[in-house]
Ligand binder design. Sequence first.
Ligand SMILES: [Zn+2]
Ligand SMILES: [Zn+2]
Length: 441
Amino acid sequence: MSEPDPNPPASPEPAPEPAAQPAAAPAACQPSAASPPTASATPPASAAPSETPGACAPSPPPAAPEPPAPAPAAGTPGPAAPGTPALPAARSPAPRPRRPLPKDYKLRLTALGACAVLLVANIVLGIVVLTSRRQAPAPPPQEPPVPARGVVPPSALEGGGYADMKRLPELRAMMEKLRPLHQKIHKPGPIDWLTHHKEPGQTFAEYLRCEPVTLSASRKTICIQPLGEFTGTQRKIVLLAGEYMARYFSAEISVMEDLPLEVVPASARRGARGVGPQIKTPPGLSSVLAPRLPNDPAADNAVTALDLYPQDSWNFCFGQASLRERVGVWSLARYGDPDSSPEAFRLCLLRTLKVATHETGHMFSMYHCVLCECNMNGSNHMAESDAKPLWLCPECLAKVLWATGADPVGRYKKLAAFCAEQGLKEEQQFFEKSLEVLQKP
Ligand SMILES: [Zn+2]
Ligand SMILES: [Zn+2]
């Protein structure tokens, strides 16, 4: 679908996701590729013995050859050391003449002593290493690197399913199983998102290091806040989106009472750019939503049937969300008329499911995905958005499972059932195929 654009601004094609969004994340949330993983910060114990022999290399030969020792005459006593009484020749063997000491003999003695100490230390170290290896079982070969303890959210240390460090091996194994089902991201076209927005992406390991927003025992609810007016069918789609999000994020979904459009200041509204009046996302909506967060929800989504724009220079956006502040907004304005036909209803529903889960994914600190075809890809226009799947790639799926504590098998079953009920066949088949792969031994 081409984008209506009666008054194109200087900026490129209509862009649904503002470039400022990732930049809004605080510096602490930037993935740090330079930081080595904890597991490799400490060298393995077996490395120590292999490094030490170099320090114990034999001493170099003396600079000058030693003078030949004079042959002593039989029965001739040698000179006595000062203070040492001479013994009778008949009761002691003939003393051998002393070889002169090299000038650097003290240095040599010191080097030999140091070598001896290192040799003993190596032997002791080797014994300790061998003993400890016999006593402690080897770690599992697929144990993934874990984030430094200091940057793990408190909930990870408390357990309870959210951000549970014990799940890392399970999640890593799940990712490997699912990887063959997913495609690498396509090369972007001239007006596609990644052509105009150079983004770093975010692996699961980088996500763990950024101290992401997660569900917790005290934050289990995701709110949906309707804003302005809706048709009956649009309202039905919002409720279905809430049902889908409950399965997708394994969270409680609370659909709030409507807010009137008047809560958005007049300065944050403008005339149409193709599909009716527009609302400016920040600060127009952040200032409205943030003070209204009830009972400390994990995330608060505003949803509106009006069109959105993030900055004056942009035509529109499908949605926008904060990576840290747990607020976001998405719009149904450009998803067609769901009353016109059953197909149009399904298309509007599918598009709404994509944007709702994509923006809520951002609220759980997920960056745009640049690895695979994935629901967390950025998209610059409707055709690009339609080409992206409803599902997540393995890296992004692991993030959602980590943040929500969801079981991947149970989650896929619920998502497949939802898609079957709504006639979303391609999505249903993909979730069922994923289930099949996950359940193979
Ligand atoms: Zn986005
Ligand atoms: Zn992804």
